[in-house]
Design a protein around this ligand. Sequence first.
Ligand code: FRU
Length: 509
Amino acid sequence: MRFFVLSALASLAWASSDYSGPLRPQVRFSPPHGFMNDPNGLFLDPKGIYHLYYQYNPTGLVAGNQHWGHATSRDLYHWTNQRIAISPDNSDEAIFSGSAVVDSENTSGFFPDQDDGVVAIYTLDTPEAETQHIAYSRDGGYSFTKYASNPVIDSNSTDFRDPQVVWHPETQKWVMAVAYAKDLVIGFYTSPNLKDWTHASNFSQKGLPGDQFECPNMVKFSVDEIDEEKHVLFISINPGAPLGGSTTMYLVGHFNGTHFTAEDPFKLADFSKDNYAAQWYSNIPEDQDPISIAWASNWQYTEEVPTGQLEGYRGSNSLPRVNTLQKVDGTWTVTSAPYDGLSTVKGPLISRQSTRNGDIAVDFSKVDSNAISFDVEVSGIFGPQATGEVIFNFTSSTGEDFLDGGIHLDSGEFWINRAGTHGFTTADNKAFTPSFNTTIPSFANGRFSYSGVIDRSLLEIFLNGGEQSATTSFFPNSPLDVLTVSARSLGKGTTVKVNAWGLESGWNS
Ligand code: FRU
């Protein structure tokens, strides 16, 4: 009985929500209440609406009681909360992560009279097993009916989850990537109709990091440089990430319809600690670059962060990102940038300044959203030994909190440090490690640039146009509302330019 009362309350949760709290991201999605983890079922519908489902506990502030929450958007920045899309049938079940596809050709037979039917493919988690299930939607993804002959794949395992399905035009089949989590193996299955699945191959490789694999996504990239297509297999690992807890890695290679072959060693998708379980949109036009959204947290501390006590929710997504595959310093690299240059939330330019040495201050206390985007361009880094540093420091005009980072030009080290945000620190959870860094191997043409989007409790940083990126959550006691970029001890001829834009809240309309 309790389960059904809670479920009924849960389905009302979408109706009211308050996105004004001082830690609530304004240009990124977070749930109306309760606990959110992985993005699920990302697909673009034929009307141009982006759907986002997500792992959702509507009745608690920690994981458990997993549903598929649902939100929609026309631009990936302004979101509308929808009713919960898929719920467990009883308190022993959890609806775990998965994907969604538009079955425009009615391969499944669920949609005799329409070309916009949607099929969700997800893991049903019970104490006895994890099995793969499907549910279909005849109303464009707003409500789902569970398939009567579920499960569609049962492999007698309690650690077999997170199916991602894509259409493979060359073989005219659906292809599923799914994690045998504890075996550190990604299985590939194929199907003509989303109901009947055949095991095609297993991918694993010695030397990959992680204690469990989760949320695989196989993504096709067109590579302009070589006029060819490549596949990238993204694998989320938790626990056992090199920096602790959860992270996403990827392998660039080739998929032939049944088997994935990696061509390069693995790379990490992010050099900070809060980028997990990324998913890629299905059904976007063939000529567009892939679009992804990740969960911006880490299982080591996500159930303790202070947004729960203070604002009644936990979990936010990364920015929507556009990804490309490019050769960087000789190896294939997935680059990322904010989708569409943040266009629909980008407000006025609030600063355009340059310096050779000294501080540039940008006061954004008057920007209502408390969110800005900024870019820092360093040019003229020449000479036998580059010197100096270009630091960013976000401070609070009303308190002691700060968040800083920047580049040491001599060593090429770029760092981010969240130790100065006092609402949640290593004293609360020792895994909330303060600092992250990476190395820039060389400054091509004497240039280096970084850009970022800060949004109350999240910072994403993109280096050299997104060749490397970082997602960092932080929890200040007082809002960060002043940016100072400091150029120190730069070599002769080195110049720093800083631009900053106020952002408009995606939650205002
Ligand atoms: C990843 C994950 C998935 C699982 C889901 C449960 O964060 O553990 O493997 O499907 O979350 O909420």
